[in-house]
Write a protein that binds this ligand. Structure first.
Ligand code: IPE
Ligand code: IPE
Ligand code: MG
Length: 263
């Protein structure tokens, strides 16, 4: 029998919600929740600019929004959350901003790992993390290793990630296997391709959220998003809260997904 999300959430989670959030929750069905949500966390710079603050303040507040969102997704029973944290194109930014983002990442992991583990969150990554500064790389490896047996929400952090890079990587790996005689050309199919993407083993994203009003993919999950439902909001990432996520979930729930077929 179909169940409302409100009926299955722990009472201590509901007591912490305001009336607007409860109104949203009372319309959401457990069966209609996305299994995998992907988020392009955008608008940190503009959030700071609006307040006459340095961009760094926006990134700091963005880290808090991530903390809130991960916690709430875990509470709602979402299986996978993929977040775009640093793209292969973000190296074009000033060195000072790149350093700050890397330091924030280290800080976030050092401060949050205990809480993430307590919430049973498993950290994985997508992207060339070995090219990140050494301390950031080490901290990520540590986070992945201490959380590897957790069975709750999978938090997939896209770091030094670019979808074109990812697809090229897969093509090169498969070409090498064909050259070595492991596969014939005829063996190359969707599932072999997917086995060579960073997202190997994960369900495809059901819902993509991009904040800050930009309506583009910016080299994010080009293969994986083929049939994903897209949700764009003007909310800047540092302001993204429970209400914004619930609004996206409600919109998703009311979509008719046809995958090219007929309903
Ligand atoms: C997103 O916010 C964070 C990263 C890309 C790392 P931005 O820094 O892109 O913020 P805007 O788009 O300049 O407002
Ligand atoms: C996309 O945001 C990358 C991340 C959120 C990490 P950007 O701000 O870098 O994207 P563009 O430049 O607006 O396309
Ligand atoms: Mg941006």
């Amino acid at each position: 029998m179909a169940k409302l999300l409100l009926e299955v959430l722990k009472p201590n989670i509901i007591t912490n919600l305001n009336q607007t959030e409860i109104n949203y929750l009372s319309k959401l069905w457990v069966e209609k929740l996305p299994r995998h949500i992907a988020i392009i966390m955008d608008g940190n710079g503009r959030w700071a600019q609006k307040r006459m603050l340095p961009r760094s303040a926006g990134h700091r507040e963005g880290a808090n929004a991530l903390k809130r969102t991960v916690e709430f997704c875990a509470q709602l029973g979402i299986k996978v959350l993929t977040v775009y944290a640093f793209s292969t194109e973000n190296w074009k930014r000033p060195k000072t901003e790149i350093n700050l983002l890397m330091n924030l990442l280290v800080e976030y992991l050092q401060k949050e790992m205990d809480a993430l583990c307590k919430n049973n969150v498993k950290i994985i990554t997508s992207g060339k993390i070995e090219e990140l500064p050494r301390d950031a790389y080490a901290e990520i490896l540590k986070a992945k290793s201490v959380s590897k047996n957790n069975t709750g929400l999978i938090l997939n952090v896209a770091l030094n990630y670019g979808s074109r890079d990812e697809i090229l990587k897969a093509v090169k790996e498969i070409a090498a296997l064909v050259k070595d005689g492991v596969y014939d050309i005829e063996d190359i199919n969707y599932s072999l391709m997917e086995a060579h993407l960073y997202t190997k083993g994960l369900p495809e994203p059901d819902l993509l959220i991009r904040t800050s009003g930009e309506k583009r993919l910016s080299n994010f999950l080009l293969w994986q998003l083929a049939y994903t439902e897209l949700f764009f909001t003007d909310t800047l990432w540092p302001d993204f809260d429970k209400k914004d996520l619930l609004e996206a979930l409600l919109s998703y729930q009311n979509r008719e997904r046809r995958f090219g077929g007929l309903k």
